[in-house]
Design a protein around this ligand. Sequence first.
Ligand code: ADP
Ligand code: MG
Length: 254
Amino acid sequence: MTTKSRKKIYEGKAKILYEGPEPGTLVQYFKDDATAFNAQKKAVLDGKGVINNRISEFVMTKLNNIGVQNHFIKRLNLREQLIREVEIIPLEVVCRNVVAGSMAKRFGLPEGQQLPRSIIEFYYKNDALEDPMVTEEHVTAFNWANTQEIDEILAMTLRVNDFLSGMFAAVGITLVDFKIEYGRLFEGEFSRVILADEISPDSCRLWDAQTGDKLDKDRFRRDLGNVIESYAEVAKRLGIMGDMPKVIEGGITS
Ligand code: ADP
Ligand code: MG
């Protein structure tokens, strides 16, 4: 990749967005920075960005193949991918299959309890407000999305959940829950909702189906250690660790 200066559009907690080579495109750069609890806890995890870039590429490509339209165009290098620029809908869409994290806390339920059906929750994406949970009423009343967009988001999220649950189950991993973001892709005056951001061990809860071991960001949140090793284990089971260069393995073991 050339080092010609590019316009930085946005720097978030885990990624940086740069202006893309063509209008309507962006370059998404995956950092090694890890944050939790609304960025109160921070660390740098060597190699995380490389693994998440690769896992997100793999998942988005598979989703595209089954007709779940998303922003991914192609991976450019170890840490960067070319994406379609969208107008992000300011919602964190969470889909849960098993009780964990904030759901366990909020409802006083034991982590690991299977839910009777998949549950989708909306959170308003706003760090200053600590991403409060909202209902569809808030979403439409505050014009974050209209009812048709909400319907599309719900239908797409269930498809993503079904596909990912099967994909991970096939490699001995339980998809406990995940967070995704959507955005509007404009074609003239019309827009459609597509999947954006990333899907990685930063945004999913992934438990080893046999042992229950956590293979996701909870290892960082809860100081369980072996964070990168666990992310690499997910990549390995998906069969994509072979694509990862030796330098990264160095980063992982260092
Ligand atoms: P944050 O700290 O806000 O979560 P991240 O570090 O995750 O930020 O960086 C990614 C940012 O880019 C997020 O704010 C996300 O909403 C946004 N984003 C993701 N995909 C796209 C896209 N295709 N077009 C525009 N913005 C996007
Ligand atoms: Mg983010």
